[in-house]
Ligand binder design. Structure first.
Ligand code: SF4
Ligand code: SF4
Length: 392
């Protein structure tokens, strides 16, 4: 009789490759960390190619090439080619700034399969106020180029107080731009978004009206696909964050740190490994960071005895830590959580939510690199300060 080897975790489905934290936009809702990784610390072309090779070997099916703004990597065609060679389906996640016909053709030639474009508002002035940079015309042009290239085209909107009332117009914009899919994602309060929470929290009634508008459009149109990512803090329902810790995806940050979710670097004691020191397969299967909240054994009550634990995995560890100080607690977004009263939307009465609150933005901390591909929207922020760092 032979003893069967204990089965390890199933392979991950997706790799979020954060190629750079540099970005020409300065969105206050950005979930990137408040301490952005500098350009000189980014993985090189060869190091990223090795990450993609190992990811393919591990069984990853698709990679989202993200940032910051991935177009700021001049070696993006090589990176797309390396991911494609490794057998990964590649999607570019971009603000659209810096996307030209020539660049897109080069990326498609290298194996790019899909593009997700972000937009901040349907009205140019409001969009550029939210993005902190002149950008609307560039996005409109990027949408035309993506459409003309025949690539699957997703439009992504992060929703908050500043644009929830424009959801109807945003859907109409996505239809006019020819999007195949429109993702309307209520803000998750990590990184810069957590810092700017007071300015981003919806006013009473905004989310309900926006949700109604989405349902209305869904009844009228079969296409494009409309995806509504609900605000967990408002619904009382925890989200299966990242589809469960160490279950379907992994994130590699610009400097090679590997995380079970993009915000997990905030968790104390996690000690995330790096692709500079360890193989991706070992990180996925055996590292302490990926096993810390995998499965159910770490759970406390009420999750431990709850029938929904295999559906939502107890919610978001980073939110549990941010709001309760202990990542093992039930996500306070859940109505059953002992700390549910700590969720900001429950603590903040309508009258107490300021209409205009000051906000800070990424890109004041890390600006585009001087040797990076030119972006056609020079901003005061991106023209200063880059003198100190050089990117790959
Ligand atoms: S600043 Fe805006 S465009 Fe840039 S990474 Fe953050 S959310 Fe994306
Ligand atoms: S108690 Fe835990 S498992 Fe149950 S619904 Fe809430 S977060 Fe999910």
């Amino acid at each position: 009789m032979t003893t069967a080897e204990p089965r390890g975790p199933a392979p991950p489905w997706a790799l979020l490759a954060e190629l750079t934290h540099a970005c020409p936009l300065h969105c206050g809702y950005c979930s990137n960390p408040v301490r952005l990784i500098g350009r000189s610390a980014e993985l090189s072309t060869a190091q990223w190619a090795e990450v993609f090779r190992q990811a393919g070997e591990l069984g990853v099916v698709q990679t989202h090439l993200s940032g910051g703004e991935p177009l700021l990597r001049r070696d993006l065609p090589e990176l797309v080619g390396a991911a494609d060679t490794a057998g990964l389906h590649t999607q570019l996640v971009t603000s659209g700034l810096g996307l030209t016909e020539r660049r897109l053709a080069g990326l498609v030639g290298a194996g790019l399969r899909a593009v997700q474009l972000s937009v901040q508002h349907a009205a140019p002035t409001a969009a550029e106020r939210i993005a902190g940079a002149r950008s609307f015309t560039a996005k409109e042009r990027a949408a035309r180029l993506i459409r003309a290239a025949g690539l699957p085209f997703g439009l992504n909107v992060v929703l908050h107080r500043g644009n929830l009332d424009a959801v109807e117009d945003l859907i109409a914009l996505g239809v006019a731009w020819g999007a195949d899919r429109i993702e309307l994602a209520n803000t998750q309060y990590h990184g810069w978004a957590a810092r700017n929470r007071a300015a981003l929290l919806p006013l009473p009634g905004q989310v309900e009206r926006a949700r109604e508008a989405v349902l209305h459009w869904r009844r009228r149109l079969d296409e494009p696909e409309l995806v509504w990512v609900a605000p967990d803090l408002l619904t009382g329902t925890a989200k299966p964050c990242m589809g469960g810790w160490g279950r379907i995806s992994l994130t590699v940050t610009p400097d090679g740190t590997v995380l079970p979710c993009p915000a997990a670097a905030t968790l104390p004691g996690l000690d995330p490994p790096s692709v500079r020191d360890c193989q991706l397969g070992w990180i996925w299967r055996q590292s302490g960071a990926f096993n810390a909240y995998r499965g159910e054994s770490w759970m406390r009550e009420p999750c431990r005895g709850c029938a929904l634990r295999t559906a939502d995995f107890g919610g978001c560890r980073c939110q549990a830590y941010a709001l309760t100080g202990d990542a093992r607690n039930t996500d306070p977004a859940c109505r059953h959580a002992p700390e549910h009263h700590l969720t900001p939307l429950r603590r903040t009465s309508a009258a107490a939510v300021p209409r205009e609150a000051p906000r800070e933005a990424p890109g004041k901390a890390l600006r585009a690199a001087p040797r990076a591909a030119p972006v056609d929207v020079p901003t005061e922020a991106s023209s200063e300060a880059l003198a100190e760092e050089g990117g790959p």
